[in-house]
Design a protein around this ligand. Structure first.
Ligand SMILES: [Zn+2]
Length: 144
């Protein structure tokens, strides 16, 4: 998964000079795929917001197998939610555009992007963005 992403640990392994390995979101861990998507304290809050949004309280993002099974139970993949893409984009915005980490803003971006992805994938979807934000599980059940 994402093993081609130019995370800082990968850039260091490729001997790219002047790379500071610190995660720009939590400023504690090392910028690696595993850290960014599964163990970063800052990103953990995002996964919790997503899990709660889907009514899942027992699925932990740091346990990838359970995480993906949990979202499959809701009949949607986390890829469809665009969580990974949105986290990666924010990480790059922090590095290259001096953006500040804001978990609520990131969660809202995930809601917007996932709504756009679902609407593009299911042309017959009739629910609104508000419906999607309030009850995504019911929205998905209307599609299947
Ligand atoms: Zn981190």
């Amino acid at each position: 998964m994402h093993n081609k992403l130019p995370t800082k640990d990968r850039l260091i392994r490729l001997r790219i000079p002047n790379v500071i390995p610190l995660c720009v979101m939590c400023k504690i861990g090392e910028d690696s795929v595993r850290h960014l998507f599964f163990t970063c304290r800052s990103v953990y809050n995002i996964w919790n917001l997503c899990n709660n949004w889907f009514g899942m309280n027992s699925v932990l993002h740091c346990m990838p197998r359970n995480h993906f099974l949990g979202f499959q139970l809701c009949r949607i993949s986390s890829k469809c939610l665009s969580v990974g893409n949105t986290i990666w984009k924010l990480r790059n915005d922090i590095i290259f555009n001096n953006k500040v980490f804001d978990s609520q803003e990131l969660f809202c971006a995930i809601q917007v992007k996932s709504w756009a992805v679902v609407r593009a994938k299911y042309k017959n979807a009739t629910f609104s963005y508000s419906d999607w934000c309030i009850d995504p599980v019911t929205c998905i059940s209307m599609l299947l």
